[in-house]
Design a protein around this ligand. Structure first.
Ligand code: NAD
Length: 291
């Protein structure tokens, strides 16, 4: 048994949702979230269901708009236009990926930025990278929350983020930079990945490659956040980090499952509440991120 502490994302997310539920009740709010699901991707169906369940528990009203796999861009845009106008819907989430015939960027850009709870609209991306108040993507927001639980001051820490997607790696690197970390962004073209990762005080793996991060890539005492969700042949889920190999080296590590995943949903609910507050022009009591 090593000295590594496991960061319990499941419990942290449950505590966070409890606080959200209390705030929603105290302020007599009824935030509304619309999830647009196109087609029958089995993982997306599960995610949509999980979001619905978690939302109902905290008092967020959810509508899932499940469209056929062959739904046209026009049809989805009309739905987005309608949801943009509805005062009872404060957040709109397009479940990704969408079927091949659709251009996800066109659809994301149709969502009113004030209702863009995934933080993927270029207006929100631009604001966030400029350090302005914005809707911040849920998974990076969840990672930051977990990191801050165990590293109270990030100033001067070296963070290495493996992955540069618009959904996870890129926004996370910006958030770490805003906390005065020294940030290195690694990606599929990075050479000597293990050497780069071994520099990290905080190492985030978001590549979607099972066990990409082994013992040779982790500095003694590093905090390791594993974003990866990879389904193995036996049906089990595994992360991007070789958990067993890294156990005795890291100071803190998130498990998969039960790490970042539950936080992503909690942050979606947080963003929905934040969007509702923004649309009602009242302040959010539960501040999570400086703005
Ligand atoms: P993506 O495929 O869009 O991006 C992957 C990134 O990893 C790319 O930037 C690529 O350059 C980099 N990469 C790929 N292979 C690499 C390698 N061998 N070495 C270094 N970098 C490499 O994926 P994504 O949407 O960013 O998701 C990443 C992972 O996180 C996936 O496993 C996904 O399922 C998971 N994910 C989890 C959550 C959650 O809530 N826990 C949310 C979103 C994504």
């Amino acid at each position: 048994m090593g000295t590594t502490h496991i960061i319990d994302g499941k419990q942290t997310a449950a505590d966070f949702r409890k606080n959200l539920a209390e705030e929603i009740k105290r302020a007599s709010l009824s935030p509304g979230l619309a999830v647009i699901l196109v087609g029958d991707n089995p993982a997306s169906l599960i995610y949509a269901k999980n979001k619905q369940k978690a939302a109902q528990e905290v008092g967020v009203m959810v509508e899932v708009h499940h469209l056929a796999a062959l739904a046209s861009e026009r049809m989805i845009m009309d739905l987005i236009d309608e949801l943009n106008k509805r005062p009872d819907i404060h957040g709109i989430l397009l479940q990704l990926p969408v079927p091949m015939h659709l251009n996800p960027q066109n659809l994301i850009e149709r969502i009113d930025p004030i209702k863009d709870v995934d933080g993927l609209h270029p207006v929100n991306v631009g604001k966030m990278t400029s350090g302005l108040p914005a809707m911040i993507p849920c998974t990076p927001l969840g990672c930051m929350y977990l990191i801050k639980q165990v590293v109270p001051s990030l100033v001067g820490k070296h963070a290495v983020v493996v992955g540069r997607s618009a959904l996870v790696g890129r926004p996370l690197a910006h958030l770490l930079l805003q906390e005065d970390c020294t940030v290195t962004q690694a990606h599929s073209k990075t050479t000597h990945l293990a050497d780069v990762c071994r520099q990290a005080d905080i190492l985030v793996a978001a590549a979607g490659v099972p066990h990409l991060i082994g013992a040779d890539a982790v500095k003694k005492g590093a905090v390791v956040i594993d974003v990866g969700i990879n389904r193995q042949e036996n049906g089990k889920i595994t992360g991007d980090v070789d958990f067993d190999a890294v156990q005795d080296i890291a100071s803190f590590i998130t498990p998969v499952p039960g790490g970042v995943g539950p936080m992503t949903i909690a942050m979606l609910l947080f963003n929905t509440l934040k969007a509702a507050r923004n649309q009602m022009k009242t302040g959010l009591d539960m501040m999570l991120y400086k703005e």
